[in-house]
Design a protein around this ligand. Structure first.
Ligand code: ADP
Ligand code: MG
Length: 233
């Protein structure tokens, strides 16, 4: 794992056109191989943080470095190459509903022009990793929510990103499927990927004993190794 810093935010603020700043002077340092939960009330800035890490947004002030890329200096034409380093999963899965499980995952490889030979090796391998080996030909609507999120996870991972971001990945899942997805994320982390998960799942956060970053109104109010979900005030 080493001590290499893979994500650095220095004094990062983000103001949208209206309202109070969504992020206000955030400092955050994440090392390669870490597993980090980000928690906090709705509107506290968690999704803004994720979008900044993806370079979907640029900060109003401050500096962000992700895997050696200084995001404030990153040229537009370099953004696709940068994003290959990052897998992303959302609450609502965002699968292509007319495509099979296989093609949803293969699509991510086709976009970056992986050869057919390699796609035929990589897609079954990642589908097996997420526990969907028997479901290649299914369409998303034929799958449970937990299975759809596994497809989304396979798609996020098939290009072997160094970082996996998940924005409320269990928000639409029942407790059993939520646990299965979190265990899968833990396994992915154990295989070397840096994992950052935004979640409201108090029970899972408290049980897993990982690093927990808590946000409130655009500020990091606590950052604890083996942390828990802060009590409501
Ligand atoms: P969270 O993911 O923690 O719920 P967000 O990062 O989505 O929080 O939002 C943080 C704050 O920024 C909220 O007050 C929200 O209303 C505001 N916000 C988010 N996106 C936009 C936008 N596109 N335009 C204006 N305000 C926004
Ligand atoms: Mg959000």
């Amino acid at each position: 794992m080493g001590n290499e810093e893979i994500i650095t935010l220095e004094n990062v603020s983000k103001a949208y056109a209206t309202g109070a700043p969504a992020l206000n002077g955030v400092n955050l340092h994440i090392k390669r191989g870490e597993f980090v939960f980000v928690v906090g009330d709705s509107g506290s800035g968690k999704s803004t943080l994720i979008k900044l890490l993806l370079r979907e947004l640029i900060p109003t002030s401050g500096h962000i470095n992700v895997m050696g890329y200084d995001l404030g200096r990153l040229r537009h034409r370099k953004i696709p190459k940068f994003r290959r380093n990052i897998g992303i999963v959302f609450q609502d899965f965002r699968l292509l509903k007319e495509l099979t499980v296989y093609d949803n995952v293969a699509f991510a490889q086709r976009v970056i022009q992986v050869s057919n030979k390699d796609i035929k090796r990589n897609v079954p391998s990642i589908l097996a990793t997420v526990g969907l080996a028997g479901k290649y030909k299914a369409k998303p609507r034929q799958l449970s929510g937990g299975e759809q999120q596994r497809v989304a996870l396979a798609r996020a991972l098939v290009n072997r990103p160094g970082i996996l971001l998940a924005d409320e990945p269990t928000g639409n899942l029942d407790p059993k499927n939520s646990w299965e997805i979190m265990k899968l994320l833990e396994q992915i982390n154990e295989n070397g990927t840096t994992v950052i998960i935004v979640t409201h799942n108090r029970e899972i956060v408290n049980a897993m004993q990982k690093r927990v970053v808590t946000m409130k109104r655009g500020v990091i109010v606590s950052d604890e190794e083996k942390g828990g979900y802060a009590d409501e005030d």
